[in-house]
Design a protein around this ligand. Structure first.
Ligand code: NAD
Length: 336
């Protein structure tokens, strides 16, 4: 709970383009914090967003850093490392949009620097806060097979990185977080179609615990899709991050029918009987919480700073997702 006697955390936003504009608005609504200023290399844009939010547009990065205690870094990915380094050196806590940096070595260097200075760094892997995922909290168990599709239409934004670093990284982060086992093998292929980098990619990750994840991402699709399916020993979970919606199919022992072991909210879909094998199939569409995922991640960031606790998406976790993304990228570039 936020201590109301404490002065609100002074927060700033660096880069107020498409997503930074949303951060600026949400900082103004975050309990325990207040928007204290914005900075953008495009001064007209900074002025516009500052006016909309009743705050100050700073003319330089050092000026903003001198006026705040925490920042959202929402600039193009290639600039994250340099800006975050300056912020950490200035003693400012950093919420860095995903991917944490363009290169793995930059991410680990930031992590080390932040620890040495006692600075909180959280990374914007926002799907961790998606209502579909929150709905199945604790139900995923130990997935044995994961399949994800993250497809979007072409847009000229974020072309400074590949589709692996821009879109697939969400599913890489979620998969690493869900599976909690080291990656032992990666196979991947991808192609560049409209940009100079990879626009569509598929990766197959194998984990030490036997789980396999098949991830597909595209930024040149005709329609958008953000889905993940997880298969476990006794369950199948289907998530739609865009809807958002969450469905669970569960298998229980014994013939389907009266007295079948069912959980509240489940519907008995049917059964499978084959010789001695008797299984019942249960279905549940879970209620999804009404949450703004970005507001929630900023709230968690403030809480981690306030209580000196580990934030939900650490620089180390984001660096690991980036390391795997880098390996997928190299395999795509060397395929064929
Ligand atoms: P954008 O191009 O719309 O906005 C970037 C802004 O940063 C622009 O206003 C630009 O003028 C400004 N800028 C550029 N260099 C700067 C610098 N050195 N200092 C200060 N300002 C600078 O980009 P966007 O779509 O908002 O993406 C920004 C970041 O957010 C990227 O890292 C992207 O990967 C990330 N992002 C994350 C998600 C998500 O799902 N979490 C979604 C979209 C974007």
């Amino acid at each position: 709970m936020t201590d109301t006697t404490q002065a609100p955390l002074r927060a700033g936003v660096i880069g107020v383009g498409h997503l930074g504009k949303i951060h600026a608005r949400l900082w103004g609504q975050t309990s325990g914090a207040a928007l204290a200023g914005v900075y953008d290399t495009d001064p007209a844009r900074a002025e516009e967003i500052a006016r909309e939010n009743g705050t100050t547009a700073y003319r330089s990065l050092p000026e903003l850093l001198g006026a705040v205690q925490a920042v959202s870094i929402v600039t193009p990915t290639s600039t994250h490392a340099g800006i975050a380094t300056q912020a950490i050196e200035a003693g400012v806590h950093c919420f860095i949009e995903k991917p944490i940096t363009a290169h793995y070595a930059e991410a680990t260097a930031l992590d080390t620097l932040a620890h040495s200075k006692g600075i909180t760094v959280q990374v914007g892997h926002v799907e961790r806060f998606n209502a579909a995922l929150l709905a199945v909290a604790g139900m995923a168990g130990e997935p044995q097979f994961i399949e994800s599709h993250r497809l979007s239409q072409f847009s000229p934004r974020a072309l400074d990185v590949s589709v692996i670093h821009d879109l697939m990284i969400h599913d890489i982060d979620l998969t690493l977080w869900l599976v909690k086992s080291p990656v032992t093998e990666i196979r991947a292929s991808g192609v560049g179609v409209l940009s100079d980098s990879i626009d569509i990619a598929n990766a197959r990750l194998e984990f030490a615990n036997g789980c396999v994840a098949n991830l597909t991402a595209s930024r040149i699709s005709q329609r958008s899709m953000r889905k993940m399916r997880m298969f476990g020993r006794d369950s199948y979970i289907s998530l739609d991050f865009a809807a958002p919606s969450a469905e669970v199919f569960r298998i229980s022992d014994g013939a389907a029918g009266a007295g079948t072991d069912a959980v509240a909210g489940e519907t008995l879909l049917g059964g499978i009987e084959y010789g001695a094998l008797k299984k019942a199939i249960h279905y549940q569409k879970l209620p999804t919480p009404q949450v703004n995922a970005i507001a929630l991640e900023l709230h968690e960031f403030v809480s981690a700073i306030e209580h000196g606790t580990v934030p939900p998406v650490t620089a180390a976790a984001a660096a690991e997702a980036l390391r795997i993304a880098g390996q997928i990228f190299s395999l795509c570039n060397h395929a064929g």
